[in-house]
Design a protein around this ligand. Structure first.
Ligand SMILES: [Zn+2]
Length: 1073
């Protein structure tokens, strides 16, 4: 009596993650689109784990015939060699190794030489698709952000090409501006810098920009990006500059451009005004803040004599973080709706010792004097100020802020009397004293309040950030350094300081020089955002934003922005085309002057503004008065340059259109290019320049940290492609691995990259390459006319096509929604895990030993060819080099509907939807999902039997099944009896036999040495494994009792006998290494 070893079906399940992943595999593909993004790491981990299991056991199971043939090919003595020449070995010229450092440039050369991109754009018959390129700055090497951006664009463009669109993609570069000007200046010694004329500087800057463009273009091409490289746009091209002048002119003529003295962000280090987009707010900025007293000299008419008790020692307490602006003080603002208290400073609780104990605080002289003053502060702030100053404040009187309007105080520096005014909501009791020192020349809110009261706009500070003579004794001092200190000291000497305190807060820095900026009133040119803000807000609502939250982001920025200061005091840029009257300084700017200048610039470039005389730059009408005028020296903000690209590119090039279908840039462009483009376009055309906007995050290192040279965590796109100095640590992965990484990340947030991730991505690339190679190699003798028609295909083949079609649909949907990480996941699960673990595994038997021209092999090849043609095309937007490499190695030609041959993968277009393949009934598709689950369970028992040395190869086994679910049992029995030699259960399990038992009587089960139980969709199934009956066929290694029944071929099974007797001898196919 046989010993029954009841092996647990869960023996091999210690790798729990594998099981759950494996279980969800094929059916889950259909529900992928609804899934939330899964981290790349977890998916990769699971797949590695799964394919390890699947791959390993499948090799052991089904390598029989191929190994036999291989050994013979290698010259080993091998009994089974007799039928080697009847085995169809895989064969392909497609190499397993990508060898991308030489192969990818070769493929790119092939595309170039055959003008593939141009030709496909030309021959596509759909509408045009315009992704308008945001111009990167022509300054320095490319980083990962550039790579992410351009590759995302290329994925979209290439997908649209496959969808028959005429893709119009003109790459651009932003060439003007301070960073390039500074690079030129830095490259010169002091003497040459002295002799540098504006023209010489511009010449050098243009040369620098153009050489950078050339270098960056070469890198973009190496990423595999397709674009109209020979037709790119540079913001320094004369036709571009002329279009920009035109945008300026149209805004000016509509009244949206004005000149005004207004406080703007000014960078003393760069000696120019800055736009909000050119500021950054680094952590850790500390200002010297002061609480100061401005002495009251007369009450408001409303208050009349009610303050008599407190004069003359009553002061207004203010708080400021910029003491250097006190010389420009013009008023003190209060909130009319707040209550204010007159308080008596009774005693210093801690005394001056406070200053020595705490370096950050210092009490002013006024608190150390004998006679303590009365102060006016916001009533709600009294307790906070007591604590802050360390004094007792006793409230003597409370009055509404509105009563304080028109009180007068003595200016703390020059003594002249100034008014108390009512400010806006910006005056709160959150910090400070509730009274705001107001210097309209140094603050936006102060400026607005100043306009209301007609206050003088004082700004006694020059371009270098030093006090001018207007600031009296402080003249010549640096406002951010000794000037600030001098003001504090002076105020303290006058007993005007209550307390000084270090104050850490957000403060705007120049993003280029990394130095603090100031707010300073100067004569500048402005675009009146106020004039078209509402239209801009409406337009934002019409645009499709991806991700959708981006809409809120840009709305908030546009709704809150002040007028756009568009003038810069620099040389390397497009001039603001304006003349000034030499005497009155009145600007001259009208339709005729601008149109004349525009026509000159379109012919000669903006250099003409610098080298031509005023009389030549002026139109006929003004020429005789040329002596009265001088040229303006301001250039335009570079955001106006790039913000005009819709006019200079979309509006001017053939085949393009306005608005563009899509803009795609980093999330920082909400305050940069997306916004400047929107503003210029709304102001002139009344609509947004784009219909859709996609934004991506920043690229961080593997730990989520910002990349920086000092941290040594910079990942460079060039190194990813070509490899680093140490090829072992940093191998060259090629452009496709970089692109595969781009597709794998959810770019709507910040994304991460590092050596570990690259290794995993490269691993996935290799597996995908291996899958495609399997397909190519098993189709070496395939021709389209060999295809078996759908209705004749075995069930398993119909099911494979059903899955393929669903996968292609889901991938298409993900491209349409710009969700490439979903494509990455689908490919990973279906192409790499599911196919190789199931269909390919099962297919090997009929491919290798089914007989070259047999129905079973041809039907399998029909399915493989469909997979090859579909997968290669759907991955082509992401992995164009791999897809083309496959295509150039196709063992057959692919003919298009019009009868032409697709020579390149992009000629082939997107796979045509096969509705027929989706006609598989829900019942059948459910059955196959269950079969896959059952197969997994059967494999576990086989594995146990192998461990117990009952079998080696799974072909040595017979599988017995029992289920009390009669419907399921009937379906399984039908598969056992399948006549096509494909859908049979034993073929699907890769065993020699399979049977379905009608009962589980002990006399039946007693002879089965290995058993297990499982539940498939609620149906209990018993699985038994015993040794296969009969003898081993020499050719296919399957066991059957028919071996020995054919006298001519006594070692063959029935199937192999038939194959061998109809198939003439033929030479051995070359083995594939
Ligand atoms: Zn056989």
């Amino acid at each position: 009596m046989a010993v029954i070893i009841h092996a647990s079906p869960y023996m091999v399940l210690s790798r729990a993650t594998c099981r759950s992943f494996g279980k969800m595999a094929p059916g889950s593909l259909l529900s992928l689109q609804g899934n939330s993004p899964v981290g790349v790491f977890s998916v990769l981990y699971k797949s590695r784990c799964c394919s390890y299991l699947g791959g390993d056991s499948s090799k052991r199971r089904s390598r029989g015939p191929i190994m036999a043939a291989k050994k013979v090919a290698e010259g080993l003595k091998q009994d089974e060699g007799k039928y080697k020449h009847t085995v169809d070995l895989p064969k392909t010229s497609f190499s397993m190794r990508a060898n991308s450092s030489t192969k990818e440039p070769e493929i790119q050369k092939l595309w170039d030489e055959n003008k593939v991109f141009d030709r496909i754009v030309e021959s596509n018959t759909g509408e045009s698709f315009v992704l308008h390129d945001g111009p990167p700055y022509a300054n320095g090497d490319l980083h990962m952000g550039h790579a992410l951006n351009k590759i995302l664009k290329d994925i979209i463009n290439r997908y649209k090409l496959l969808q028959n669109y005429k893709v119009q993609y003109i790459p651009g570069w932003d060439c003007h501006g301070l960073p390039i000007e500074l690079k030129v200046l830095q490259s010169l010694d002091e003497d040459s810098r002295k002799n540098l004329t504006p023209m010489k500087l511009r010449e050098k800057a243009a040369k620098f920009a153009k050489s950078t463009v050339k270098m960056q273009m070469a890198s973009f091409k190496r990423y595999g990006v397709w674009a109209a490289w020979n037709d790119s746009y540079l913001t320094l091209n004369p036709e571009y500059e002329a279009a920009q002048i035109e945008v300026f002119a149209r805004m000016a003529l509509k009244g949206y451009i004005y000149r005004g003295r207004k406080p703007v962000h000014w960078s003393p280090s760069s000696r120019t005004a800055l736009a909000e987009a050119e500021l950054e707010y680094p952590e850790g900025h500390v200002s010297r803040s002061i609480y100061a007293i401005f002495k009251l000299v007369s009450p408001s008419p409303l208050l009349d004599s009610s303050l008599d008790d407190f004069f003359p020692d009553v002061g207004l307490a203010i708080w400021t973080t910029t003491p250097w602006t006190v010389p420009a003080n013009a008023a003190i603002a209060v909130n009319g709706l707040l209550q204010y208290a007159i308080v008596e400073v009774e005693s210093s609780l801690e005394g001056p010792s406070l200053s020595s104990g705490d370096k950050k605080k210092r009490l002013g002289n006024v608190l150390m004097g004998e006679k303590m003053p009365y102060l006016i502060v916001a009533a709600d702030l009294v307790p906070a100020l007591e604590a802050k100053w360390g004094v007792k404040l006793s409230v003597k009187k409370v009055l509404p802020g509105s009563n304080l309007e028109n009180c007068r105080y003595a200016h703390p520096i020059d003594g002249k009397d100034c008014p108390v005014v009512i400010g806006g909501d910006y005056i709160t009791t959150e910090s400070g004293t509730g009274l705001v020192h107001t210097a309209p020349g140094h603050g936006q809110e102060d400026y607005v309040t100043g306009l209301k009261y007609g206050l003088p706009i004082l700004s006694p500070v020059n371009d270098d950030g030093q006090f001018t003579d207007e600031a009296g004794q402080f003249s010549g001092l640096d406002v951010l350094g000794d000037g600030n200190a001098a003001v504090v000291n002076f105020l303290d000497e006058q007993s005007s300081i209550i307390m000084e305190e270090s104050y850490q807060h957000k403060y705007p820095y120049d993003w280029r020089s990394k130095k603090p900026t100031i707010f300073r009133a100067t004569e500048q040119w402005f675009a009146s955002v106020e004039g078209f803000r509402e239209a801009a807000m409406d337009a934002i609502g019409q645009v499709k934003w991806v991700p959708s939250q981006a809409s809120n982001r840009i709305s908030a920025m546009v709704s809150g922005r002040s007028d756009w200061c568009i003038s810069r005091q620099r040389t390397w840029g497009v001039p603001i085309p304006v003349f000034y009257d030499k005497v009155s300084k009145e600007p001259l700017l009208d339709e005729e002057t601008i149109s004349h200048i525009k026509s000159i610039i379109s012919r000669k470039g903006s250099d003409a503004w610098w080298y031509m005389k005023v009389e030549d730059l002026l139109p006929e009408k003004y020429r005789d008065k040329a002596a009265n005028y001088e040229k303006g020296t301001d250039t335009m903000d570079v955001w106006f340059d790039s913000g005009s690209s819709w006019a200079a590119v979309l509006g001017q090039r053939n085949g393009l259109r306005f608005p563009a279908d899509l803009y795609l840039e980093g999330t920082d462009q909400h305050r940069g290019w997306f916004q400047s483009s929107l503003l210029t376009s709304i102001a002139t055309e009344g609509k947004a320049p784009y219909m859709g906007v996609v934004t991506h995050g920043f690229v961080l290192d593997e730990k989520g940290l910002k990349m920086s040279k000092s941290l040594g965590n910079v990942v460079d796109p060039y190194t990813i492609i070509e490899g680093g100095n140490n090829q072992k640590e940093a191998p060259g992965y090629g452009a496709d691995v970089l692109r595969l990484w781009v597709s794998s990340v959810d770019y709507t947030g910040d994304v991460m990259i590092g050596p570990q991730m690259l290794r995993q991505i490269s691993d996935m690339y290799r597996k995908l390459r291996g899958t495609l190679r399997y397909l190519l190699a098993n189709l070496h003798d395939w021709k389209a006319e060999d295809a078996v028609s759908y209705n004749d295909l075995p069930m398993i083949d119909q099911y494979a096509l059903y899955q393929l079609e669903n996968v292609a649909r889901n991938i298409k949907l993900s491209y349409e929604n710009y969700q490439f990480f979903k494509i990455f996941q689908i490919i990973q699960r279906f192409v790499i895990v599911d196919l190789s673990n199931f269909y390919f595994d099962v297919a090997k038997d009929r491919l290798y030993v089914g007989g070259t021209t047999s129905f079973t092999r041809k039907s399998c090849q029909t399915v493989l060819a469909a997979h090859l043609l579909s997968i290669t095309r759907v991955i082509a937007p992401i992995l164009p080099h791999l897809a083309e490499d496959v295509w150039q190695n196709l063992p057959f030609t692919h003919t298009l509907e019009d009868g032409s041959i697709a020579k390149f993968v992009f000629d082939a277009k997107w796979p045509v939807t096969k509705e027929l393949w989706l006609t598989l009934s829900p019942e059948d598709s459910k059955l196959w999902e269950e079969m896959l689950e059952l197969r997994t369970e059967v494999n576990k028992v086989l594995e146990t039997a192998r461990g117990g040395k009952l079998i080696g190869s799974s072909l040595e086994a017979k599988v017995s099944l029992f289920t009390s679910d009669t419907i399921f049992a009937r379906k399984l029995s039908k598969m056992v009896a399948a006549t096509n030699d494909v859908d049979n259960l034993h073929r699907i399990f890769i065993t020699s036999q399979a049977e379905v038992l009608s009962s589980l009587e002990e006399d039946v089960t007693a002879s089965v040495p290995y058993t297990g139980e499982c539940e498939i969709n609620g149906k209990k199934v018993w699985v038994g494994v015993s040794r296969a009956d009969g003898s081993k066929c020499e050719r296919c290694w399957n066991y059957t009792s028919h071996v020995g029944s054919f006298p001519e071929h006594p070692t063959l099974c029935g199937r192999c006998y038939n194959v061998v007797s109809v198939q003439p001898d033929r030479p051995l196919a070359a083995a594939v290494s």
